[in-house]
Each structure stands twice: as structure tokens, then as C-alpha cells.
Design a protein. Sequence first.
Length: 126
Amino acid sequence: MSLKRRFTLFGFGFFLGIIILLFFLNGKNASCNYLPNARMLEILRNKHREYTAEVKQIMEHQQIDSTEIALFLSHGDIDFSKSKPRQEPCRYYWIDGYINKKASSIYVENCDTVVTVQKIYFDQSQ
């Protein structure tokens, strides 16, 4: 089989596969999170969130609502060197990002069915 014919058959099969995927995945909210940061943030976003009393007080004082915490979990970066991802029964994650355009960090506890925001830190140098 000539090289030109191989490329033609490969291109036809590739094109057909893309069309089939587009047909079956059309309208579905499918995503592929391959990196650990994106996977963990998606898991944290999809679980029920609770807040400690200290965090609730800080949120009231800083005028932060749960929507901003959800945005933080969408755009934040997990610092795995400060996190405890292998601890049992609940894992702890340190996430850096921005709340109200201020550099911030939150410390969350990830259990089986619930995520508890343990602490919120704000960068004092701004």
C-alpha cells in the first residue's frame, strides 16, 4: 500500500471519528481534567461545602459570600507542598488564588461527602 493511500485512509478515519464524537457529545457538558490541580478543584467544587465558625466570621467581616468561594475554587491553584493529600480519613488542601482582587489562600478539609473550609488567609502586603 502506498504512503499516499495510507494517509488518505488515516485522514478519512480520523475525520469520521471526529464527526461521530461531535454527534454523540453534542450538548453534553463533558470535560477531561487530566492534571491533578484541575481534577482536585473539580472534586472540591462538586461537593457540599461547609464553613467553620472562624471562616464565617471572616466572610462576614470581609463581605465575602459563598459565590466568591466557588469562583476561588474554579480559578485557584492547589499548593501540594503545603497540602496533605494522603491523610486519612479526610485530606487537606491549601489553595492559592484571589478573592475580591486580593491575593488569598484557603485551607480546606476534603472528606467523603463534604468539603469544609477551615481557614482563609489574605496577603497583608497589598
